[in-house]
Design a binder for this molecule. Structure first.
Ligand code: GDP
Ligand code: MG
Length: 687
């Protein structure tokens, strides 16, 4: 029994039938009714019979023969089917049409073709032809059932029937197409009511001769002129004794014949692979329906085309089904992507969805016409890719965003620490997030040929560079500000000291301190700038700006010292030192004889001589004269530079009218001292 053919999943599926169908899997279905209509239920029935996932693992057999020759009786015995048998007592003819049953405990679909005995009635010849076409298009084995006494009678139904079979077969399978349906069919002649008078071999010879003659007489298209009967058919012959007269022998021989349908290992096994029409079980119903439609409308039945049509239809259906789950899976992650989040392992997910969908498709569709199957697979793959593409692009976008913002944070975090090397910080963060992006993008890119992420990576690189650039400029500015602050601190005291005490070389000391501090500032800028990857141009501009700002800072410092009150104070104390103190620094007590006027004039003139000294920055030692460096090239529009900064005029501390004003105000102060000195002598005289 191990050699019995059992389609996979047969028993599992048939258990679903309980309660539905009274006779379980043996229920018969009229697939073509009296009105020659094809049943809409065949697909469901085939599924109920458990053939849904059988693939090619099933067989189809059909019976042909005159009416009431015991066909249905034979099928029921051979396959355990339940076809109607004519009631002997009523001699009532069974319903015409084509019936189908599943073989009991066998992966076989059995077709009982009724009413093929219409030789007298013209209309039935039409049905005979159509049902022959229909059966040959799908059956592996066609049982030709006939009485022994019909053999050799060159008239009557049987010959016409044989002629029909051969003719329609030629039409169906005449065109041999690579990859088309297999064209070979087994004709199994079952000779009924065999009397043993004539041995089987004689009957066999007669039938073979008849068939060959019919074949030769057929009108064949030129391309098929030399084809032999044996190119299309294998012939097999067997006899059965009279069912009633030799009841037991009849049963025994039927049982033996049954074994030839069930025992795959036997040499005379009838369902040879070569007869299989290679219609996947899940497409049989649709295929038969199409065939019948073509037959009914008297269209040319071209099986290769039919198989291709079937494949298109079924592959579409299978693809749609396989895509349903896929679409749900893809949809499940859409929200997350649209919300701007990066999905960890998206590529793995998408690859699974895709591969599972394709595997579902392959499982069922790969049995169909290879060209169609492959073409639809490409279509399906394209559909899948275009469904997944927005997820991929969204993931890239989100990755890009995430990496850029992480890059920014990393920069700022690193810059909050002292002693960072800007260029190093940037390099590290950039390579870190470049790698992150690349890894994420590669993982998500499951259609390597169609999709790419390199451009996005380039864009990210550019944006990171921009961010780093802005950051660098900010940091450079901060650094320059710091240097400027230090510079101001450094010059503050020397300038105060130098300007407080007027001396001919006071500007030498101021400029000396200035140059010293400027050198410090310059070298601390250059030291720091090295870690910023600043360009030569940027350094030139920054230094130029630093020089300007240093000069302006110096000027501001000088202006503090040259403010009206400050300068007048300086003049006053200079004057006082000379007028109110003697050469030894001892305060003078004026005596009437003293030359107050002379001393006064001398002190005043000496003091007034300071005004021009203060009024212009000009060192004694000309080598200390400061000349600002020329503006660097390529600096147009740079905000670091003050366009209308006029260095020469910045050397002037007091204008001429300012000098006059200061002189006048000082004179008034000096006059007051003079008056005070005069008064003191008057009062000393008065004492
Ligand atoms: P079908 O019309 O070809 O399907 O024939 P049926 O199976 O309905 O049988 C027609 C009649 O022939 C019935 O009365 C059967 O009992 C009878 N019958 C069935 N098998 C045999 C057989 O081997 N020999 C004879 N003589 N009668 C049979
Ligand atoms: Mg019958």
């Amino acid at each position: 029994s191990s050699s019995r053919q059992e389609p996979t999943g047969l028993s599992a599926s048939s258990s679903k039938l309980n309660g539905h169908v009274p006779n379980g899997t043996s229920e018969q279905t009229q697939i073509i009714d009296d009105d020659k209509k094809f049943t809409p239920d065949l697909a469901a029935q085939i599924e109920r019979w458990g053939f849904r996932n059988a693939g090619f693992n099933y067989n189809i057999v059909a019976v042909f023969g005159s009416q009431s020759t015991g066909k249905s009786t034979l099928l029921n015995r051979l396959f355990g089917t339940t076809f109607d048998v004519m009631d002997e007592t009523k001699r009532q003819q069974t319903t015409k049409g084509i019936w189908m049953c599943r073989g009991e405990g066998m992966g076989v679909m059995v077709m009982d073709v009724e009413g093929t005995d219409g030789r007298e009635r013209g209309e039935d010849q039409d049905f005979e032809r159509k049902s022959a076409l229909f059966s040959l298009a799908s059956s592996e084995v066609m049982i030709i059932n006939l009485w022994e006494h019909q053999i050799g009678l060159y008239q009557g139904a049987n010959l016409g029937l044989l002629k029909t079979v051969l003719e329609v077969n030629l039409g169906l399978f005449g065109k041999r197409v690579q990859g088309g349906p297999q064209s070979r069919t087994l004709l199994l002649f079952v000779i009924r009511d065999h009397t043993h008078v004539t041995p089987l071999s004689n009957l066999q010879n007669t039938l073979t001769a008849d068939l060959t003659r019919i074949w030769d007489s057929l009108l064949k298209p030129p391309a098929l002129e030399h084809t032999q009967l044996s190119d299309y058919f294998d012939l097999s012959f067997t006899t059965l004794p009279h069912k009633i007269l030799e009841a037991q022998r009849f049963e025994d021989e039927v049982a033996l014949l049954r074994e030839r349908f069930t025992m795959k290992g036997r040499e005379d096994y009838l369902f040879k692979d070569v007869y299989h029409k290679r219609i996947p079980a899940d497409g049989v119903a649709l295929y038969m329906e199409h065939i019948w439609e073509q037959v009914q409308t008297n269209k040319d039945l071209d099986l290769p085309t039919q198989q291709e049509l079937l494949a298109q239809f079924r592959c579409d259906e299978i693809s749609t089904t396989a895509l349903t789950e896929f679409n749900q899976q893809a949809k499940s992650q859409k929200r997350t992507i649209e919300a701007g989040r990066v999905i960890e392992g998206l590529g793995g997910l998408m690859r699974d969805w895709r591969d599972q969908a394709l595997a579902r498709y392959d499982r069922d569709a790969s049995r169909y016409h290879q060209g169609v199957y492959s073409r639809k697979r490409l279509d399906m793959h394209a559909t899948i890719a275009s469904t997944l593409s927005p997820l991929f692009l969204g993931q890239l976008k989100n990755l890009h965003k995430a990496c850029l913002s992480a890059f920014k944070s990393a920069l700022h975090a690193a810059l909050d620490h002292d002693g960072y090397n800007f260029a190093e910080v940037v390099d590290k963060a950039r390579s870190n997030y470049e790698t992150k992006f690349q890894e994420g993008a590669k993982e998500a890119c499951i259609e390597e040929k169609e999709w790419s992420w390199e451009d996005d990576m380039g864009l990210l690189r550019e944006e990171m560079a921009n961010v780093a650039d802005i950051c660098r400029k900010d940091e450079t500015k901060k650094m320059v500000n710091l240097i400027e602050r230090n510079f101001k601190k450094q010059i503050s005291e020397p300038v105060d000291v130098a300007l407080n005490k007027a001396a001919p070389d006071m500007w030498d000391r101021v400029l000396g301190a200035f140059k010293q501090s400027l050198d410090n500032a310059k070298s601390s800028y250059l030291n720091k700038a090295k870690t910023f990857n600043c360009t030569e141009d940027e350094n030139a501009i920054a230094l130029w700006s630093l020089y300007q700002r240093a000069w302006l800072a110096l000027r501001a410092k000088i202006d503090e010292q040259a403010a009206d009150n400050a300068i007048l104070g300086k003049l006053r104390s200079h004057f006082e030192e000379r007028f109110r103190y003697d050469d030894q620094g001892v305060p003078r007590v004026w005596q009437p004889d003293d030359d107050i006027d002379g001393e006064f004039r001398k002190a005043k003139e000496q003091t007034l001589a300071l005004v021009p000294l203060y009024s212009k920055i000009s060192p004694v030692d000309l080598s200390l004269e400061y000349t600002p460096p020329p503006p660097p090239p390529n600096t147009t529009g740079s905000s670091a530079l003050e366009e209308d900064f006029d260095f020469p005029s910045s050397l002037i501390i007091f204008s001429e009218s300012k000098c006059l004003d200061i002189t006048a105000r000082f004179r008034r102060d000096a006059d007051a001292y003079y008056v005070e000195a005069k008064r003191s002598t008057v009062s000393s005289i008065a004492q």
